[in-house]
Design a protein around this ligand. Structure first.
Ligand code: S3P
Length: 184
C-alpha cells in the first residue's frame, strides 16, 4: 500500500517523507506540492495569488489522482511502485482528495503542537500563501493565532483522514519515520 503523510504546514511531512524513503528504498517518494509546481509550471504562491485557493485545490486533486491512479505516458510517477506521498497541509480539506487518500493509501497524521509548528515555521523561508497573505512572513503572535485558527478548523479532518496518528513533538524525523514503519 502507498503511504500518505498528512498534517499541518511545518509539521515535517516532507522531511519525514525523505527519512522514510531512506529506510524504504523500494518505495518512490513524491512531494505533492513539488509535483503540482512541476505539473503547473508555476509556484504554489503564484497559483494562489493569480487564480485563488479554489483553483489550487482543483489542481491538487488532479495531481493526486495522477499520482495514485496513473499518469499519462512519459511522466514519471513511479508507475507500478509503491509511493510515499508527502501531502500538502490542506489536501485533506477537499472531498475528492480525502476519497483518493482513503482508497489508495495508509495515511499517517503527523500531529504537532502549535509550539512545534510555530518554531518550525519561523525557521522556514518557504512562502506559504495561507500564512503569508501579502507575501511577507507573519510575526510570531500573528503566526500563532493563524495556526490555531486553521488547526481548529482542520484537526477533525486530519484525524478522520488518518489511519494512524503520530505525535511528533520531540521526535527527530528519523524517529518519526521508524515509528511509521513499525505500524506498517
Ligand atoms: C497548504 C499547505 C502547503 C501548500 C499550500 C496550502 C495548506 O503545503 O500545499 O500552501 O492549505 O495548509 P505544506 O503543508 O507542505 O506547507
Amino acid at each position: 500500500m502507498n503511504i500518505a503523510l498528512t498534517g499541518f504546514m511545518g509539521c515535517g511531512k516532507t522531511s519525514v517523507g525523505k527519512a522514510l524513503a531512506e529506510l524504504l528504498p523500494e518505495y518512490v517518494r513524491i512531494d505533492l506540492d513539488e509535483y503540482i509546481e512541476s505539473m503547473a509550471g508555476r509556484r504554489i504562491s503564484d497559483i494562489f495569488q493569480e487564480d485563488g485557493e479554489s483553483a489550487f485545490r482543483d489542481l491538487e486533486a488532479h495531481a493526486l489522482a495522477k499520482i495514485f491512479i496513473g499518469a499519462k505516458s512519459g511522466e514519471d510517477t513511479g508507475e507500478g511502485r509503491r509511493k510515499i506521498i508527502s501531502l500538502g497541509g490542506g489536501t485533506i480539506t477537499t472531498e475528492p482528495c480525502r476519497k483518493l487518500i482513503h482508497e489508495h493509501s495508509v495515511c499517517f497524521y503527523l500531529k504537532a503542537s502549535s509550539d512545534t509548528l510555530v518554531a518550525n515555521l519561523l525557521n522556514d523561508s518557504t512562502v506559504r500563501p495561507l500564512l503569508s497573505p501579502d507575501g511577507s512572513h507573519l510575526a510570531e503572535p500573528q503566526l500563532r493565532a493563524r495556526i490555531e485558527l486553521l488547526m481548529s478548523e482542520r484537526t477533525h479532518l486530519y484525524e478522520s483522514a488518518a489511519d494512524h496518528i503520530i505525535t511528533t513533538d520531540g521526535l527527530t524525523y528519523e524517529q518519526a519515520a521508524a515509528h511509521i514503519i513499525s505500524l506498517l
